[in-house]
Design a protein around this ligand. Structure first.
Ligand code: ATP
Ligand code: MG
Ligand code: FE
Length: 345
């Protein structure tokens, strides 16, 4: 099926068009620059930016595809989870297009879309798969039995998201927002063994109780204490070493639990998604451990890892392919939509 996908859950306005697993258009406008001076995404600013960017981004996608919405079989839109005001802009646009052009509308789950996008790069995968979603708002470990009908949440962060930890630590180190790419870059000149930062929820009773969960707030506090101690002693912060040591702590835990989930659930396939999947060290750890465990790793290219409309279209195509009923035109947004809810009724 030919599907148009619209994404507006956070700070990216995305429009994608796919035919099955073939990517035909991928247009994204980001408001990240507008949030820089606040050091994080400001919901009201994001909503307004979506309003301004929606029509131009749609037009850009039509231009890439060489046709417009009149040609498509269905329209898919992220209906949650995400920022309510931001989600509303995409959902309102999708409803308007669906009504105006008499197309079926599918409200789909943003997290599932992050997993579905991988197919655009490498074609359909054999399910089941384990997926590790790591972004500014999410850190989730999923068991994907069927991308359109059956996803279970194995675990997730109990405090900060992985990308959020990168952003907060970057700020402590005086690096600009968004901090993930900055830390990734700074860490290349650093020694990852310079400082022994904590690996949350990986030992003893914590591990028993939070088998597939993550915690990054203790790590962030440890970095803050380290920075304070150094400054208190009048020493310059070794930014590269702190960045490398912090990054290793995050990526060690993420990769260890993701591969362990594959092994224990007897799933030979791991899919990475979300902005943090662009991290070089995370890729390194995951690939190294996956090879030892006999697990195949699929990581979409960075431009498809961060929020975009193509991922929504990709999931929409899977939903249409299975003959699932379209969503109601009353489709609401749900800021905390659970990953088990893949298509809205
Ligand atoms: P959502 O959580 O809804 O998916 P988001 O905008 O926070 O939305 P993304 O756009 O997927 O998520 O990713 C942005 C996050 O990824 C930021 O926290 C950013 O710091 C982080 N990030 C991007 N590149 C890297 C990198 N190379 N290393 C580590 N983190 C990175
Ligand atoms: Mg973003
Ligand atoms: Fe996302």
């Amino acid at each position: 099926p030919l599907v148009l996908g619209i994404e507006s859950s956070c700070d990216e306005t995305g429009v994608g068009i796919v035919r099955g697993t073939t990517l035909l258009a991928h247009a994204v406008a980001s408001s990240v620059e507008e949030h820089v001076r606040f050091g994080g995404v400001v919901p009201e600013v994001a909503s307004r930016a979506h309003l301004e960017a929606m029509v131009p981004t749609l037009e850009q996608a039509y231009e890439q595809a060489g046709f417009d919405v009149r040609e498509v079989d269905a329209i898919a839109v992220t209906s949650g989870p995400g920022l309510s005001g931001a989600l509303l802009v995409g959902v309102a646009a999708a409803k308007a297009l669906a009504v105006a052009h008499d197309k079926p509308l599918y409200g789909v789950n943003h997290l599932a879309a992050h997993v579905a996008v991988d197919q655009l790069e490498r074609g359909r995968y054999t399910e089941p798969a384990v997926a590790l979603l790591v972004s500014g708002g999410h850190t989730e470990l999923l068991l994907v039995n069927d991308i359109a009908t059956d996803i279970t949440l194995l675990g997730g962060t109990i405090d900060d998201a992985a990308g959020e930890a990168f952003d907060k630590v970057a700020r402590l180190l005086g690096l600009p927002y968004p901090g993930g790419p900055e830390i990734d870059r700074a860490a290349r000149d650093g020694d990852p063994t310079a400082i022994a930062f904590p690996r949350g929820l990986t030992t003893g009773r914590d591990l028993d109780r939070y088998r597939w969960d993550f915690s990054f707030s203790g790590l962030k506090s440890a970095v803050a204490r380290h920075v304070q101690r150094e400054q208190g002693m009048g020493r310059a912060i070794a930014v590269a070493d702190v960045a490398a040591s912090f990054q290793d702590a995050v990526c060690d835990v993420l990769s260890r639990k993701a591969i362990k989930a594959c092994v224990e659930h007897d799933v030979p396939r791991l899919i990475l998604g979300g902005g943090v999947a662009a991290n070089g060290r995370l890729r390194h750890f995951v690939l190294e451990r996956a090879e030892k465990a006999g697990v195949e790793v699929r990581i979409p290219p960075p431009s498809l890892c961060t929020d975009n409309g193509a991922m929504v279209a990709a999931l929409g195509a899977e939903v249409v392919r299975r003959g699932i009923a379209p969503s109601s035109l009353d489709l609401p947004v749900d800021s905390s939509l659970p990953v088990t809810s893949i298509v809205a009724a």
